[in-house]
Ligand binder design. Structure first.
Ligand SMILES: [Zn+2]
Length: 121
């Protein structure tokens, strides 16, 4: 039996599954961007140490690759959270009411996310 061949196949299938998740995630970001009328210049998904995402008002968005392991409710929370920062730079009253308008009970997703990796924002 050719073991190295077997392992190589395992690695390839794991890699392509992750790629599909990444594509699905990016598709979701673009769906929300259209809905919220945000113009994304750069969209990246990469390992990050202490946050789920980062954005700059010039249209650059980066998401933590760990999100690919999580479910879509948490994706939506992180995506809408960041996209709203294109309009509202803080987590004040306006940001909260927009979060509620688009996601409903977003606090439960926020709470769930904070248990996945405590201490990262
Ligand atoms: Zn924020």
């Amino acid at each position: 039996m050719n073991c190295s061949h077997y392992w190589r196949r395992q690695i390839v299938s794991k890699g392509s599954k992750l790629l599909n998740r990444k594509q699905a995630f990016k598709r979701r970001v673009h769906e929300w961007a259209v809905k919220l009328e945000v113009n994304i210049v750069w969209l990246g998904v990469r390992p990050m140490h202490n946050k789920w995402a980062s954005c700059s008002t010039n249209g650059h968005l980066n998401f933590n690759a760990e999100l690919l392991d999580l479910d879509q409710a948490l994706w939506d929370y992180v995506i809408v959270h960041e996209l709203l920062h294109f309009f509202v730079p803080n987590h004040g009253k306006l940001w909260k009411s927009l979060m509620r308008a688009h996601l409903g009970d977003y606090e439960s997703s926020a709470a769930r996310l904070s248990t996945v990796r405590p201490g990262i924002d």
